[in-house]
Design a protein. Structure first.
Length: 320
């Protein structure tokens, strides 16, 4: 049976905190069904979660992205609340976030840590710097105003969950979710939440440098995939400028003397300029394909909405 609210808790070795997270969420959302997806934990996280009354399922492929893919495929709900199992996100904001999905029809509610206590609570300065870089990059590249790109605290609609193609395998999944919502013109809202650092004895699974590089790589990959004309136009402009830097001295010498004294330079500059032109046309062609994909996405979304109405007929009656 589909759920009204499904609380999704991806876990990997969170035995010290998962029980408190479950209890807090049950208190904040008594009508919710709580799911814990264990990702090969070795510290008994699954048994603790089961004793607390959560529905425990397993994802054997390592990585948070793989866990979220299984969650989104398996569970049908009107509202999905995703929260980490490390007890860094207060449960008292859960009801407010879910209400925006259930009452306002918001597709994604972002639990915004960066506008409150994140920079003072988080003891890892490079994480603070990285979050600021990622937020600025995505908002500039995709012309958006998302306050916290990489938060693990989100409420999402059925429409978003069932149309989101999970491609990432690890912690860059949050960045991917945010860009998908922006690109598909979904309704996104921010809710400022308090953030608290992990309790003593609980260790982060994030690698500051390795995972930070993966996130930046994901941003560039998705900028290429979602905005190909802008991406390839930048490359084309850089190549064109480089080609002209080499070509102009040869042209000036030819106009003054009437001969070409640097034939290899002329050939290289010609190839560079031709490459720039090819890049630009590639961007035009790929941009056309992206627009076609957006049209197909609208048809896919309509199918998802129809299935939602079949799963939740009472919602259909209320709408009518």
């Amino acid at each position: 049976m589909p759920d009204k609210i499904a609380v999704l808790i991806p876990c990997y070795n969170e035995s010290k905190t998962v029980a408190k997270v479950i209890r807090d969420m049950r208190k904040a959302l008594p009508e919710a069904v709580i799911y814990v997806y264990d990702n090969n934990s070795t510290d008994g996280t699954d048994e603790i979660a089961r004793k607390e009354g959560a529905i425990v399922r397993y994802e054997l492929q390592q990585g948070k992205g793989n866990v979220i893919r299984s969650m989104f495929r398996d569970i049908d709900a009107q509202c999905y609340l995703m929260v980490d199992g490390d007890d860094t996100y207060p449960a008292e904001f859960a009801a407010q976030m879910c209400e925006k999905v259930l009452k306002n029809g918001t597709d994604m509610v972002v639990g915004d840590r960066l506008s409150s206590t994140y920079f003072t609570e988080n003891k890892r300065p490079f994480h603070n710097f990285g979050n600021s870089i990622v937020r600025g990059s995505i908002n500039r590249l995709f012309k958006s105003d998302i306050k916290d790109i990489m938060t693990g605290y989100r409420a999402m609609s059925y429409r978003f969950v069932k149309t989101f193609p999970v491609l990432s395998r690890n912690f860059e999944i949050e960045t991917e979710m945010t860009i998908h919502a922006i690109d598909k013109n979904m309704q996104v809202e921010n809710v400022i939440i308090e953030y608290r650092d992990r309790p003593e004895g609980s260790e982060s699974k994030l690698n500051t440098y390795a995972d930070g590089f993966k996130v930046l790589k994901t941003i560039m990959r998705m900028f290429k995939n979602y905005k190909p004309l802008e991406f390839f136009s930048i490359i084309a402009a850089v190549l064109f400028v480089i080609g002209m830097i080499f070509f102009i001295p040869v042209l000036i010498h030819f106009l003054e003397v009437g001969t070409v004294n640097k034939l290899p330079t002329l050939i290289v500059s010609g190839f560079v300029i031709m490459t720039a032109i090819v890049c630009w046309f590639s961007g035009i062609i790929l941009s056309t394909l992206v627009n076609q994909h957006k049209q197909d996405f609208e048809f896919q979304t309509q199918m998802v909405i129809n299935r939602y109405k079949d799963l939740f007929p009472e919602e259909k009656q209320e709408t009518e």
